[in-house]
Design a protein around this ligand. Structure first.
Ligand code: ATP
Ligand code: NCN
Length: 196
């Protein structure tokens, strides 16, 4: 049985914090692979992603190129509509019956888990691999027990990088070098993404 970590996100754009989180989960929890799954429409975000699904997926592919344990899946982009994780997990379980899935998630999103669609069902199907995110204290004790029991915290070096900050930097003509992998940096420059 292979152990797969689902790294879901808007990835607008993917950054070094995502990659360090995915690697910390893979290494710390003995995962065989991490699958990066970009959302089509993120359920709890007010704004639509700034760039198209295709470009966000291409940036993920640029970022993970050399790491054979990392894959990018377009399952939510193909499904369209609101990207509820329960739908993704149900689809993956039926497509890959030999795999065991965990959901990799930063502390900002862990605090939101009670608001996720069909969360009781989702919490029965996956464990959550939680990573403390710089600037967002975890409030594990405020979660209902059925969620708390399914969260397994894993250490990562605190990385204060967000996609929001990267978009603002590009818009203000500031450097994003090393905040994203060089391949992603070049891609953003080549396509003129996030410029004002
Ligand atoms: N620096 C980070 N450290 C730990 N986890 C992170 C970090 N950045 C993102 N994550 C986690 O990665 C997942 C996907 O995040 P997402 O694509 O929304 O990135 P983001 O940087 O939060 O974007 P935005 O700033 O646009 O909201 C979430 O579970 C989030 O908590
Ligand atoms: O299923 C839900 O209701 C749900 C609510 C909020 C977030 N998620 C998932 O959590 C992941 C991170 O979300 P975001 O908004 O940080 O991109 C992404 O895969 C989303 O689809 C899922």
């Amino acid at each position: 049985m292979s152990r797969i970590g689902i790294m879901g996100g808007t990835f607008d754009p993917i950054h070094t914090g995502h990659l360090i989180a995915a690697e910390a989960a893979r290494d710390g929890c003995g995962l065989d692979e991490v699958w990066f799954i970009p959302t089509y429409h993120p359920p709890l975000k007010d704004n639509e992603p700034g760039v198209s699904s295709e470009l966000r997926l291409q940036m993920i592919q640029e970022a993970i190129g050399g790491q054979s344990a990392f894959k990018a899946l377009d399952i939510e982009l193909k499904r369209g509509g609101m990207s509820y994780s329960i739908d993704t997990v149900l689809e993956l379980r039926s497509r890959y019956p030999g795999a065991e899935f965990s959901y990799i998630i930063g502390s900002d999103r862990i605090n939101d888990l009670p608001r996720w669609h069909r969360i009781e069902e989702l919490a029965e199907l996956v464990t959550f691999i939680g990573l403390e995110r710089e600037g967002t204290p975890l409030r594990l004790e405020q979660l209902p027990a059925y969620i708390r029991e399914r969260v397994m915290m894993t250490a990562m070096p605190p990385i204060g990088i967000s996609s929001t900050d990267i978009r603002s930097r590009v818009e203000a003509d500031r450097s994003i070098a090393y905040l994203v992998p060089d391949t992603v940096h070049q891609f953003i420059k080549r396509r003129g993404l996030y410029e004002s």
